[in-house]
Design a protein around this ligand. Structure first.
Ligand SMILES: Nc1ncnc2c1ncn2[C@@H]1O[C@H](COP(=O)(O)OP(=O)(O)OP(=O)(O)O)[C@@H](O)[C@H]1O
Ligand SMILES: [Mg+2]
Length: 593
């Protein structure tokens, strides 16, 4: 009950934040139209009847106030109703947009570990329906007020003739209320929780079929029909279970209504008997009949609106659960300064073990590594060896399971998260292809320095993107990607160069590149790394690559296997060692001969 009220208040707050005072005015319009105006009408009618029955020589003058009151209240209704008609859809859309902003802002506050959690993804799919719910919540609250006022008016009216009608009809609505409550409790999961898998799969497949990059594969492998069948079979299961929840409850709903109907008939039996006994006039009989109808209707409506509000509260629970979701990794209350931030800090992994949340496979097991200030390190190793995981730990997207990561000797958990991440520029394997302008793709690398032309041009040259930039019709302002009008798609390697330029634009003391050149041709790759070596002299650079030509110039190469370093040294040292590195290097080099 309290929660329902609180959420009602929260919904109103959201709607007011989105629309300002106009939201309150709209709410007033709804309450006036459905509740106040009929109430005023009944009041005026009662006054009129009183006057007419007590005074036989009435003229219009005596009725001035009644007429003025009626005209004013009607005029107000006309104005308010028109305002509501004109404003409602506008406000609903505006509230939707406001929620879109709120949801997206919240998303920017959450960290990668949160997004990698499937239960969070399921929550995200469930809040999709929140927008309509919020509007419905307020509408139900107005409905509840409306029904309560109607109920009170009818109760007062019948108090002298049939005082028992109100309690009888209220009690008679209880079975129907219980039936509705059960119905909603059984079916509501099908609107939210149980629907989330279907919604997620459908959205995912839609994105596969509609994106220009994935549609090519779907076309050649003819996976379209298979994917659509996947949706169909999920739908079949969903609707089958949904029906199984609905059908048995139908009988209860009918029974509830039938009980109400019987009790109503009983009240009218009493009403009719009173007329036949002449204790009630025929005019009063009609009024009693009408007010009893109102009573029955509003009693049911009160309970119905209440049950509907309760079930919607569960929807809103999901929304507030989302809004209150905290990042998995949070700052300590009083973070220590990162020591010596003028030079890149030394990074040390000390006896680090790590398993991803919900898994007990140790991706890193007792892992030790030290990266000195300004060192150029390369990580190599087969797929799944744990290279990207090391990067995620350095960026503190996850906390280690055991051991510590030290930054100039200070535990990474004790330093300010944001300041630490600000010192790092990183290019990930699955980088973003912003479907905006060429320039924006790069400027997004450093939102603190959003318009530094010198840095921008340098970054473009360093990343080897200047060669194709000259051919773009709109140059820096060229929209790239095919999503928006006027956009020109780039090749895989061109996209990667653009992402690389973004990484360089950040100009941070530590540069992390996870497979930065997998799609870039050999000549361009060679040139990029020449520049990385020359231009990033004082920076720490961590490069992950499967191409040995990329890593051979690193100060130190770490060969990883199963979350452990198996070989370590520069290119010459590792070649002398005649181990895994040499074997793999020779294998690749042979391929190029
Ligand atoms: N979010 C995650 N949740 C659970 N396990 C994960 C997650 N990400 C990676 N793993 C597992 O951790 C192991 C190491 O993955 P990682 O991505 O670090 O490998 P990698 O060395 O970067 O491989 P690649 O060369 O293919 O990029 C793999 O076995 C992978 O299945
Ligand atoms: Mg990887």
């Amino acid at each position: 009950m309290l929660k329902n009220l609180r959420y009602g208040w929260e919904s109103l707050k959201i709607s007011t934040q989105a629309n300002g005072f106009a939201a309150l005015l709209l709410l007033f319009c709804a309450i006036y139209e459905s509740t106040l105006f009929p109430f005023i009408q009944v009041f005026i009618l009662a006054r009129l009847l009183d006057l007419v029955s007590n005074n036989h020589n009435l003229s219009l003058i005596n009725l001035t106030w009644i007429i003025v009151g009626y005209l004013l209240s009607s005029l107000a209704k006309l104005l308010l109703a028109s305002y509501k008609d004109a404003q409602q859809s506008y406000q609903e859309i505006k509230t939707d947009s406001f929620l879109d902003l709120k949801i997206n802002t919240k998303l920017t506050e959450l960290d990668p570990a949160t997004f990698e959690d499937p239960s969070f993804q399921s929550l995200l799919a469930q809040i999709d329906g929140i927008k309509g719910t919020l509007q419905a919540y307020l509408a139900r609250f107005t409905g509840l007020i409306d029904a309560t006022v109607k109920f009170i008016v009818a109760t007062v009216f019948l108090a002298t003739t049939f005082p028992l009608f109100a309690p009888i009809l209220l009690v008679a609505s209880i079975p129907s209320f219980i039936a509705w409550n059960r119905f909603r409790n059984y079916t509501w999961p099908y609107y939210v929780e149980k629907r989330s898998l279907l919604v997620r799969v459908t959205q995912y497949i839609k994105s596969l079929l509609s994106s220009d990059s994935t549609s090519k594969e779907a076309a050649i492998f003819n996976t379209g029909p298979v994917l659509v069948r996947k949706i169909k079979s999920l739908q079949k299961i969903y609707y089958h279970d949904f029906r199984k929840a609905v059908n048995p409850r139908m009988f209860e709903l009918i029974l509830g209504k039938f009980i109400q109907f019987l009790v109503f008939i009983y009240t009218q039996y009493l009403n009719l008997t009173a007329v036949l006994n002449r204790s009630l006039g025929i005019g009063q009989f009609t009024l009693v009949f009408q007010q009893t109808m109102n009573l029955a209707f509003s009693a049911e409506e009160i309970l119905n609106q209440y049950s509907s509000i309760s079930v919607r509260t569960k929807y809103l629970d999901k929304f507030f659960e989302f809004i209150n979701t905290q990042s998995r990794i949070v700052n300590v209350t009083s973070p220590l300064p990162i020591p010596s931030s003028s030079n890149p800090v030394e990074i040390e992994f000390k006896d680090v073990s790590f398993s991803y949340p919900g898994s007990n496979i140790k991706v890193l097991d007792n892992f030790n590594m030290k990266i000195s200030s300004g060192e150029k390190i390369a990580l190599v190793g087969e797929n799944g060896a744990g290279k990207t995981t090391i990067i995620k730990l350095i960026l503190r997207f996850y906390d280690v399971t055991d051991g510590v990561i030290l930054l100039n000797g200070v535990n990474i958990k004790h330093v300010d998260l944001k300041k630490w991440r600000d010192m790092i520029s990183a290019l990930f394997q699955d980088f973003i292809k912003y479907q905006f302008t060429f320039k924006e793709n790069i400027l997004f690398g450093n939102t603190k320095d959003p318009n530094n032309n010198k840095l921008l041009e340098e970054a473009v040259v360093k990343a080897g993107a200047s060669e194709y930039l000259v051919n773009l019709p709109d140059k820096y302002d060229q929209v790239v990607g095919k999503m928006f009008e006027g956009g020109i798609d780039l090749s895989g390697g061109q996209w990667q160069k653009l992402a690389l330029a973004r990484t360089f634009y950040r100009d941070a003391p530590i540069l992390i590149l996870d497979e930065p050149t997998s799609a870039i041709d050999a000549k361009a790759e060679y040139e990029i790394f020449e520049k990385v070596q020359q231009l990033q002299k004082d920076k720490t650079v961590i490069i992950i690559s499967h191409r040995f030509s990329t890593v051979r110039n690193a100060d130190r190469i770490l060969v990883l296997n199963d979350g452990k370093i198996i070989e370590e040294g520069n290119h010459q040292q590792l070649m002398k060692l005649k181990g895994v590195y040499k074997e793999l290097f020779t294998l690749q080099a042979r391929g190029y001969k």
